[in-house]
Write a protein that binds this ligand. Structure first.
Ligand code: HEC
Length: 379
C-alpha cells in the first residue's frame, strides 16, 4: 500500500501486515512555544522513497522574479518562524512548507503495475500559519458574544479587519448589515453560502449577537474593551489563541514567494525508492506570456496512467489538460479546457474504443468556474 503525504513523502506498507517496506525513522521536530500547547517530539519519516517535494527552504530560495517581489518576500521571511519542516504554529507566523495543501493533494496518484512506477503530482507553495491571542470579552452583552464568536468561527476566513480574503475568496463584511436586512443576514449565516459553511449549531441569540457585532463594524484589534485572560470565561472558549486564516505566502503580484518549481509531476520507482523523473507541471499565464515558462503551478487533481504508455493529467491553474510519455515525462500533447480541471481523469472503453474524461469545474486559485465534462477518444 502506498500513501503519498502532504509533506512530500510516500509511506510504503505491506498491505497484509502494515509493516513499512523501507525503514521509517522517528526524527526530532521543534517544540511549540504557544501557551499550553504540547507538540509531538518526533515525526515518522520514511528513509525511502526520497521525498518528491523540497523539504526545506532558506532565504536563498526566496523569489527573485523582480526586486520588488524579492524585497516583499524577504520582509515577511525575516519576521516569521521558518527554515525547517514541522515547525508548530506560532504567534509571529510560521512559514509552512510544503504548505497546507501539499505536496500531494486529494487527487491521489497513479500506479503502473508493469514498471512499478508511482506517478504523483506535487505542490511547492509556502503558506503562513499564524495564531493570534484570543481577545475574549467576558461580559455577556450581545456585542461581546458576537465578537467572541466572530474570532472563533469567522475570522479565519473573513479576517481580523473584517475585510475578507483570509481564505480563498471570502468577501469583506464591512457594511454587510446595510446589504442584508436583519433576518436575511442571520439566515445567511445559519445556512451558509457557496464555499461558506453553515452555522446551524448557533442559537438565535448567538446569530443576533453576530449581527450586532457586524453592525458595529469594528476590527478585532481596534476594540479596546477586551481582556486577554480567559479565566472567568465560558469553558468551551478557553483556548487562548485563534487562527489568523489560511494564507499563501505569495507576493503582491500573485506569485509564490519562493523560486520555482511551484508544482511538479513525479515518477517514483516503488521497488528502488528512487525518483525516475521529475518535471515542472503547469505555468502561470502572466509569466509564460513574458517567456518565463516551466515554473510549475499549484495543482489540484491527480493523474491517470494507461498500459499503452500515456499519463493524463489536468490539475493546473493554466486550465490545460496534458498527456505525457509515462517512461520519460516528455510532453506529448496538451489542450486548453473550458475551465481548469481540478479533478482526476477517468478512462473507459466502449465497443473497443478508449476514452478519457475530465471534470472541468475551475473556480479555484482565481480561475473562472465551469460546468463541463470533457471527453477525448484515443485512436
Ligand atoms: C470557510 C470560510 C468561511 C467561514 C468560516 C465563514 N465564512 Fe462567511 N463567507 C465565506 C465565503 C467564501 C463567502 C461568499 C459566499 C458566496 O457569495 O458564494 C461568505 C459570505 C458571507 C456573508 C455574505 C457577504 C456578502 O456580502 O454577500 C456573510 C454575512 C458572512 N459570510 C458572514 C460570516 C459569519 C458571521 C461567519 C462566522 C459565523 C462566517 N461568515 C464564516 C467564507 C466563510
Amino acid at each position: 500500500m502506498a500513501q503519498a503525504t502532504k509533506s512530500g513523502y510516500i509511506f510504503l506498507l505491506d498491505r497484509e501486515t502494515g509493516q513499512p517496506l523501507f525503514p521509517v525513522e522517528e526524527r526530532p521536530v521543534p517544540a511549540s512555544d504557544l501557551k499550553g500547547e504540547v507538540a509531538a517530539l518526533t515525526q515518522p519519516i520514511p528513509t525511502k522513497p526520497l521525498p518528491f517535494a523540497r523539504q526545506q527552504i532558506d532565504s536563498s530560495d526566496l523569489t527573485n522574479l523582480t526586486p520588488e517581489e524579492h524585497e516583499y518576500a524577504l520582509a515577511v521571511w525575516r519576521k516569521s518562524k521558518k527554515g525547517i519542516p514541522f515547525i508548530p504554529p506560532t504567534e509571529e507566523g510560521t512559514i509552512l512548507f510544503p504548505g497546507f495543501d501539499g505536496a500531494a493533494e486529494w487527487g491521489g496518484s497513479a500506479f503502473d503495475q508493469e514498471t512499478g512506477l508511482l506517478y504523483v503530482n506535487s505542490n511547492e507553495m509556502p503558506w503562513i500559519l499564524q495564531m493570534l491571542p484570543y481577545q475574549a470579552m467576558t461580559d455577556d452583552s450581545p456585542l461581546a458574544i458576537g465578537r467572541n464568536l466572530y474570532q472563533t468561527q469567522c475570522m479565519n476566513c473573513h479576517g481580523k479587519d473584517l475585510k475578507g480574503g483570509a481564505y480563498q475568496q471570502a468577501p469583506s463584511l464591512v457594511g454587510v448589515t446595510n446589504r442584508y436586512p436583519d433576518k436575511t443576514l442571520t439566515q445567511l449565516i445559519k445556512n451558509g453560502k457557496g464555499v461558506m459553511p453553515s452555522f446551524r449549531y448557533l442559537s438565535d441569540q448567538e446569530l443576533e449577537a453576530l449581527a450586532a457585532f457586524l453592525k458595529e463594524n469594528k476590527p478585532i484589534s481596534d476594540t479596546k474593551t477586551t481582556t486577554n485572560t480567559t479565566q472567568n470565561h465560558q469553558e468551551s472558549w478557553t483556548y487562548p489563541y485563534v487562527m489568523a486564516g489560511y494564507k499563501r505566502f505569495k507576493t503582491p503580484q500573485g506569485h509564490p514567494a519562493i523560486k520555482p518549481p511551484w508544482g511538479t509531476l513525479n515518477a517514483v520507482n516503488l521497488n528502488t525508492g528512487e525518483i525516475v523523473w521529475k518535471i515542472p507541471l503547469g505555468e502561470y499565464p502572466d509569466l509564460s506570456a513574458k517567456g518565463i515558462k516551466a515554473t510549475g503551478s499549484e495543482n489540484y487533481g491527480g493523474p491517470v496512467v494507461t498500459a499503452s504508455g500515456l499519463l493524463f493529467i489536468a490539475a493546473t491553474l493554466d486550465e490545460k489538460f496534458r498527456v505525457f510519455h509515462k517512461a520519460t515525462g516528455e510532453l506529448l500533447w496538451e489542450t486548453t479546457l473550458p475551465a481548469a480541471g481540478y479533478a482526476t481523469p477517468a478512462t473507459y472503453a466502449i465497443d473497443g474504443k478508449q476514452y478519457v474524461v475530465i471534470a472541468a469545474g475551475g473556480g479555484k486559485l482565481g480561475t473562472k468556474s465551469g460546468d463541463s465534462y470533457v471527453a477525448f477518444a484515443l485512436k
